[in-house]
Write a protein that binds this ligand. Structure first.
Ligand SMILES: *[C@@H]1O[C@H](CO)[C@@H](O)[C@H](O)[C@H]1NC(C)=O
Ligand SMILES: *[C@@H]1O[C@H](CO)[C@@H](O)[C@H](O)[C@H]1NC(C)=O
Ligand SMILES: *[C@@H]1O[C@H](CO)[C@@H](O)[C@H](O)[C@H]1NC(C)=O
Ligand SMILES: *[C@@H]1O[C@H](CO)[C@@H](O)[C@H](O)[C@H]1NC(C)=O
Ligand SMILES: *[C@@H]1O[C@H](CO)[C@@H](O)[C@H](O)[C@H]1NC(C)=O
Ligand SMILES: *[C@@H]1O[C@H](CO)[C@@H](O)[C@H](O)[C@H]1NC(C)=O
Length: 438
């Protein structure tokens, strides 16, 4: 600020007042009863704002804008404060508009417009400057996190005024965080933290922190972090057949989940290597048997591991005979005990010791369950169909009986009227019934 220019403008001011004193002599009193009119303004940090001061009636008296520090900015069209950001937009006897560009938080405050009547009339306008929150930052992420870790994500944004709001989203779905606001100078530092107990379901999940603020109308500020969770593998075996039979094609898939991905998986049979690699083809996670043979019986195991652990699953293969359901064309079974699925199920269900973990029939038994359920369902469906047909026929016959009754109504009636009434009544009844038949 320039002292010299201030002195000059103070003189200007005095000069203006003197002029006014001289001019107001002999003028009607009501004229000088004018107040300058101003408006409170709000501007975003870095933006531009126009400050306008108007008077409805003015007898050539100067208007002046001064800043919160009481420094004169413009006196009429004369610039008083050397500040490139402050410019004159419009100056007349009835209006003085100045613009302030590149607004900073220190520009905030009460601005005064003065009209140099006698006495001086002033109006005050408050300029509010909004602090734009900085792009938020997320802290506290360990990459990768291990399953079971307790982590606290913290999102922080500085420079907001008024204090910004922070919102957390887990894959677009809002989740609640704990907010903390601290003032630092004129602006606020806002933090929001989120406690997570990570598990494998958090792997690949995106956590987003969004800033809500009045100064961010079009472009919302946000930060996103994608969780990477490492966890020990978990495998299971999926079989393409429920009841594997001799000669069939069987595919066993070793489904292994884990991060890092447990690759490759290892297949063994009965604790040793696969015996017949010509017919047992291992490709990626799959073990395929091109044509099942009863010698393939055994416990198959797939194992997968990463640096966090090892997991294995077992599948007990029992190759069933091709069913001999067509007696005339097939030779009688050579085995004294045919491996009938139903029979197997019966035996083992009643024997708890055999149902133990390594029972070679465990899986087959499971398959038998399915077969049995399938059979029962088929029978139930068949019986239901039969019932529907029988019922349909019965009802059709019943309907016929009604029609006969209707005719009878006429026979039983003592006179013609009653006969008609009876007939109609029966008829209505028959109609009602018909609806049910349909
Ligand atoms: C300020 O006023 C000028 C002239 O009236 C106008 O062109 C400009 O858009 C205004 N600026 C703001 C920020 O209102
Ligand atoms: C204001 O000043 C102008 C010349 O600057 C003059 O023509 C006009 O009459 C004056 N108006 C009043 C109301 O004094
Ligand atoms: C302008 O702002 C001041 C200070 O914040 C307040 O006291 C006054 O009521 C406001 N005036 C208007 C017209 O909003
Ligand atoms: C806020 O202030 C409190 C007390 O002054 C302090 O303990 C805390 O760490 C501060 N938090 C932030 C986010 O700065
Ligand atoms: C099963 O394997 C044995 C010996 O490896 C072989 O003799 C037999 O023909 C095979 N059975 C079928 C159905 O392929
Ligand atoms: C297949 O397994 C069943 C049951 O364990 C057994 O009775 C049968 O002898 C086995 N067959 C062969 C060829 O190993």
């Amino acid at each position: 600020m320039n002292q010299k220019s201030h002195l000059i403008f103070t003189l200007y001011t005095i000069y203006g007042i003197l002029l006014k004193v001289v001019a107001s002599k002999g003028k009607p009193r009501g004229i000088s009863g004018q107040y300058p009119l101003v408006q409170n303004m709000t501007v975003t940090e870095g933006g531009t704002v126009n400050m306008t001061c108007r008077v409805e009636y003015n007898d050539n008296t100067s208007l002046q804008w001064s800043n919160p520090a009481q420094q004169t900015l413009f006196f009429g069209d004369k610039k008083a404060l050397r500040d490139n950001r402050i410019e004159l937009m419009h100056a007349s006897w009835s209006e003085l508009t100045i613009s302030i560009s590149d607004v900073t938080l220190t520009d905030e405050g009460m601005y005064t417009c003065s009209l140099f009547t006698m006495p001086v009339r002033t109006a005050k306008a408050y300029l509010t400057v909004l602090g734009v929150p900085e792009k938020p930052e997320i802290d506290g992420l360990t990459k990768p996190a291990l399953e079971g870790d307790q982590i606290t994500l913290t999102c922080m944004t500085q420079g907001s005024k008024p204090a910004a709001d922070l919102r957390w989203f887990r894959n677009e779905k809002e989740v609640k965080g704990a907010k903390e606001v601290n003032a630092s100078g004129k602006t606020f530092t806002v933090r929001s933290s989120l406690q997570l107990h990570v598990d494998r379901n958090d792997d690949g999940v995106a956590y987003t922190c969004k800033v809500d603020h009045v100064a961010l109308t079009q472009t919302p500020q946000q930060a996103t972090e994608v969780l990477e969770v490492h966890y020990a593998p978990h495998v299971k075996i999926i079989s393409s057949l429920v009841v594997p039979q001799e000669g069939q094609y069987l595919k066993l898939e070793c489904m292994s989940k884990g991060n890092p991905s447990p690759d490759p998986v290892m297949w063994t049979k009965d604790g040793g290597e696969l015996p017949d690699l010509d017919r047992m083809i291992v490709e990626g996670r799959e073990l395929t048997f091109t044509s099942l043979n009863k010698t393939d019986n055994g416990t198959y195991r797939c194992e997968a591991s990463n640096h966090l652990g090892t997991s294995s699953a077992e599948y007990v293969l029992y190759v069933y005979d091709v069913p001999t359901t067509l007696p005339p064309s097939t030779t009688p079974p050579l085995h004294p005990i045919p491996p009938d699925p139903t029979a197997q199920l019966g035996t083992h269900a009643s024997d708890p010791t055999v149902t133990g973990n390594r029972d070679p029939n465990a899986i087959g038994q499971h398959g038998t369950d399915h077969a049995l359920i399938g059979g029962v369902v088929a029978v139930v469906v068949f019986v239901t169909l039969c019932l529907i047909i029988v019922l349909g026929r019965y009802l059709a016959r019943h309907k016929g009986t009604y029609l006969t009754n209707e005719a009878k109504g006429a026979d039983d009636a003592p006179d013609a009227d009653t006969a008609i009434i009876n007939a109609e009544g029966n008829h209505a009844h028959a109609e009602e019934k018909k609806e049910y038949f349909i």
